[in-house]
Design a protein around this ligand. Sequence first.
Ligand code: PGA
Ligand code: ZN
Length: 411
Amino acid sequence: IIEDVQIRKILDSRGNPTVEVDVITWNGFGRAAAPSGASTGSREVVSFPEGGVDAILSEAEDIIYSELIGMDAEDIVTIDEILREVDGTENLSAIGGNTTVAVSMAVAKAAASSYNLPLYKYLGGNFVNELPFPLGNMMNGGAHAGINAPDIQEFLVVPVGANNVVEAVFANSSVHKRLKELIQTKDSNFTGGKGDEGGWVPNITNDAALEIQAQACEEVGDELGIEIRPSLDMASSELWDADEGKYVYAQDGIKRDTGDQIEFVKDIIETYNMFYVEDPFDESDFDGFAQLTAKVGDKCLICGDDLFVTNKEILAKGIEMNAANAIIIKPNQIGSLSETYATVKLAKENNVVPVVSHRSGETTDATIAHLAVGLGSPMIKTGAIGGERIAKLNELIRIEEELPNAHMASF
Ligand code: PGA
Ligand code: ZN
C-alpha cells in the first residue's frame, strides 16, 4: 500500500533539470528518474509542459499524492491509467510524460521491493536467464555533437561474440579507447572531446568515421578473440529537409532523396557488415523503411526509434508494412511502464527485436538495465562511457552475478 510519493527536481547529464520520484509503501521503496532526448520524435509524449520541471513540481506532487496514497503498488496498470487521467491530455502535456514515467517506474520498483525482489525478477519471473548485448556508443555526430562532427548521429558497436556481460561491456570500452587513437591519426587537433552520450566527437567526414569504426571493431575483435560488429543510429529525422524532400549531409556537402538514401544505407550495411541501423529514414517515411528492410532485413537489424516512439499503435502500423525488424524502447517516449510493456509484447509476438534504450540526457538511474533483462530485450542501448552510462552497464554486471545460469541472448 502506497504511503508516500515524493517528486524532486534533479540534474541530468546535460545539466538540465528532470524529475526523480520516490514511492514509499508500508514494506517497500522505489526510486526512479526520467531522462530527456535531444533528437526527439514528434509523436513522443511531451517530457514536461512549458516552464519545465518547475511548472509541475508542487502541483503534480499534490495531485499524484492524493490519487495514489492508499493504492496497492502492484496495481501498476491501474496506476498508469490514473496518471493518464490526472494528466488529461493525449500527449501527457499537462504534468509531463517524464513525471508519469518516473512515478510508474518507481511504483513498480516499490512493488518489487515489497517482495524483496530486484525489478528484473519481479517483471520477468524466476526463469529469467537471458542477458542483453550492450550496444555501445563510440562516436557522436548530428544533434549530439558540434557542427564539424559527422552528420550521422551515433557510431555504435555490438560485441556479438561476447560470452557474458562483463566480456561484452569491456569489449565496448576497448573499442572506445582504440577509436580515440584512430581519430588522432586522422585529426591531429583532436583533444578527446565527447558528445552527449559519451562517444568521441571527431572532426572528420562520415566516410572516415565509418572506416575507423570498422577498423576498431576488427582490431579489438581480433585481439579479444570475439566478433564485434559496427552499427549506426542515423537519426535521419534530423537530416531530413521536408521542403527540399532531401536528406542533407552538411559535413559532406551532399543531399540525398529517398531513393538515394535507400542505396546509400544499403551500401553502408553491405560494405561494413553492419549489425544494426537505427532510423535510416525520416520518422514519417514508413515506406522507405519497408523498402530497405525488404532489401537487407535478412542480414541487418533495421530499427525504428523516432519512427515508433515506443507506441504500440504506431508499431502495429509498422508491423503491417514490414517497416522494420527492431524497435527502440524508451519508456519516457510513451510515459508509463505498462504501455512500454505492451509495446515490447507486441514487438516480440511479431519477431520485431525490442532494444531497451537510454536517452541522450540521462541520470544515474539504472532502471533500464532491469527492464532489458526483465522484459527479455536481447540488446540494451546505453552508451559505453560516462557516469550516467556506466550506471546501467555496471548494474547489468551485478544482475549477471545474481544469475549464474544465465547466458547471452540470441536474436
Ligand atoms: P535522444 O536520441 O535521446 O536525443 O532522442 C537518442 C537516439 O536518437 O537514440
Ligand atoms: Zn535514435
